[in-house]
Design a protein around this ligand. Structure first.
Ligand code: HEM
Ligand code: HEM
Length: 180
């Protein structure tokens, strides 16, 4: 794995990692405060942009698995592999379930003022789901996967901090330091 390849992985990891943390924060904040159109617009608009670009990050991660110099025991190396694979799977499944629930909800999918799936109003002018079944299944999936994602990210960060502060190895520094 060359220097440029590793730097690309670093840039993608921190760029999309930050993006995901913003999406999670918005998601929890907007569903736990008095209803605000504005926050939903941000979550959906950024979510569509994320959905459109996440393929790059996923492709790269599968094509160029991160190689760290830290040697791990059997169980740790298994845990690392499983966690990383699940995180990459969720990078696909979170936007996919969010898009599906939004698209079928009748509430519209948009990137700020640009509409992708329009609102669906019935004769009384009320919002009506295109399919209640698909909407509710996707919404539940989005919620449950959100908990799984949050848990795995906490586990991921805890493992990294353990390596950095207790084992005092290069795990975190290798991912942080861009090399010329
Ligand atoms: C990595 C991407 C994403 C993450 C991490 C994320 C995270 C979250 C979280 C944590 C919630 C709160 C769940 C709950 O407890 O109800 C949420 C809700 C929601 N998300 Fe996402 N989301 C993502 C992408 C998307 C996308 C692409 C869309 C649609 C374009 C979307 C639409 C929604 C909607 C409409 C809700 C509110 C559901 C409700 O009314 O309860 N999300 N999201
Ligand atoms: C502040 C938070 C984070 C820190 C400190 C951090 C740190 C790291 C480090 C040090 C590695 C290399 C691990 C190794 O050598 O085995 C790594 C890999 C990885 N991290 Fe994170 N990370 C963070 C957030 C995230 C988030 C939010 C995601 C979301 C999906 C994520 C997904 C991954 C994945 C998939 C890998 C495997 C390598 C790859 O495919 O790019 N990380 N992370």
């Amino acid at each position: 794995m060359g220097r440029n390849t590793k730097n690309t992985t670093r840039a993608l990891h921190w760029g999309f990692g930050g993006f995901v943390l913003v999406m999670l924060s918005l998601g929890y904040y907007m569903t736990n405060t008095p209803y605000s159109d504005g926050l939903y617009t941000w979550h959906k608009s950024l979510g569509v942009i994320l959905s459109a670009t996440i393929g790059i990050r996923i492709y790269w991660s599968i094509r160029h698995p991160w190689q760290s110099s830290t040697s791990l025991g059997k169980i740790e190396s298994w845990a690392r592999k499983v966690t990383h694979r699940l995180l990459v799977f969720l990078l696909f499944a979170m936007p996919a379930s969010g898009l599906t629930s939004s698209a079928f909800s009748g509430w519209s999918v948009h990137v700020f003022n640009f509409t992708i799936v329009p609102k669906n109003l019935n004769a009384e002018g009320e919002v009506e789901a295109f399919s209640v079944t698909i909407y509710e299944a996707a919404k539940l999936t989005h919620e449950v996967l959100g908990y799984l994602f949050s848990t795995l990210i906490l586990l991921h960060v805890a493992a990294v901090l353990k390596h950095h502060f207790l084992n005092k190895d290069q795990t975190l520094l290798e991912m942080l330091k861009f090399k010329k």
